[in-house]
Write a protein that binds this ligand. Structure first.
Ligand code: C5P
Length: 226
C-alpha cells in the first residue's frame, strides 16, 4: 500500500501529538513528536548553562547532543533519549515550557533538528507533529493538517493535563505560557509557525477526540488510496 508523509502543525496544546500518535498507530506509521527534540535540546542547554545568544557555545553544545527516539513496545510509543538517557518526563517540566521557544528560535538549533527530522521521513510512512513540518521539514508532505483551538479551550485542557501529572500551576500561568510560546514561535525569523498554503485547517475547539480522529483518518485514507 502507498505510504505517505503526514505533517501536523499548529498552536501549543491543540492536541497535535495525541492526534499524530493515534493516527500513526492506526496506520502503522512512525510517529515523531518534533517538539520533544527542541525540548531535549533546551534541557541540555539549561543543564550546561549554554547561552543561546553565543553562537560558539551553541555550536559546541550541539556537537555534544545525541537525540534518539526509542520505541516502547508495551506503551506502543517512542520516548526521546538525550545522550542515551530517557528524558521524556524532564522535558515536560515548567522550566522547559518557559525556555523552549527561545532555544527553538535559534537558527543553528533549528538546522540541527530539521536535518534529523528530514532523515526520519526518507522512507515515508511517518506522522510528524510540530510547528514547521508542513512548511519547512516536509514541504512535499501528501497530507498537511493545521490544528487550532480557542486559547481558553487549550488552557483548560493543558491545565487539566498538568493537574493529572501533579504539576502545580495556575490557569493564568498556563494561558500566559501558551500565548507567549505561540507569539515567539509565530514571529521568529527562521521557519516560524505558519499554516502551509496547502494545509487543511482543523479547529478542534468544539469536537470530541473521536470525531477529530474519524475526520483525520478519512483525510489520510483518501490520500493513501487516491
Ligand atoms: O510541541 P511542543 O509544545 O512540545 O513544542 C515545544 C516547543 O518547541 C514549541 O513551543 C516550539 O517553540 C518548539 N517547536 C518548534 N518547531 C517544531 C516543534 C516544536 O519550534 N517543529
Amino acid at each position: 500500500m502507498k505510504k505517505i508523509v503526514i505533517a501536523i502543525d499548529g498552536y501549543s496544546s491543540c492536541g497535535k501529538s495525541t492526534l499524530a500518535l493515534q493516527l500513526a498507530q492506526e496506520l502503522d506509521y512512525i510517529f515523531v513528536d518534533s517538539g520533544a527534540m527542541y525540548r531535549a535540546i533546551t534541557l541540555y542547554f539549561l543543564q550546561h548553562q549554554i547561552n543561546v545568544e553565543d553562537p560558539i557555545q551553541v555550536n559546541k553544545a550541539l556537537e555534544q547532543i545525541h537525540l534518539k527516539f526509542v520505541y516502547d513496545s508495551i506503551q506502543k510509543k517512542s520516548f526521546i533519549h538525550l545522550n542515551n538517557t530517557n528524558v521524556e518526563q524532564k522535558i515536560r517540566e515548567k522550566i522547559i515550557n518557559d525556555n523552549v521557544s527561545i532555544v527553538a528560535a535559534n537558527k543553528a538549533v533549528r538546522e540541527f533538528a530539521i536535518a534529523q527530522q528530514q532523515l526520519m521521513g526518507d522512507e515515508k510512512g511517518i506522522v510528524m507533529d510540530g510547528r514547521d513540518i508542513g512548511t519547512t521539514v516536509f514541504p512535499n508532505a501528501e497530507l498537511k493538517i493545521f490544528v487550532t483551538a480557542d486559547v481558553d479551550v487549550r488552557t483548560e485542557r493543558r491545565y487539566k493535563e498538568l493537574q493529572e501529572k501533579g504539576i502545580a500551576s495556575t490557569k493564568e500561568e498556563v494561558k500566559q505560557n501558551l500565548q507567549q510560546r505561540d507569539f515567539i514561535d509565530s514571529n521568529r525569523d527562521f521557519s516560524p509557525l505558519k499554516q502551509a498554503d496547502d494545509a487543511v485547517v482543523l479547529d478542534n475547539s468544539r469536537i470530541t477526540k473521536q470525531e477529530q480522529f474519524k475526520l483525520v483518518l478519512d483525510w489520510a485514507n483518501k490520500k493513501i488510496n487516491g
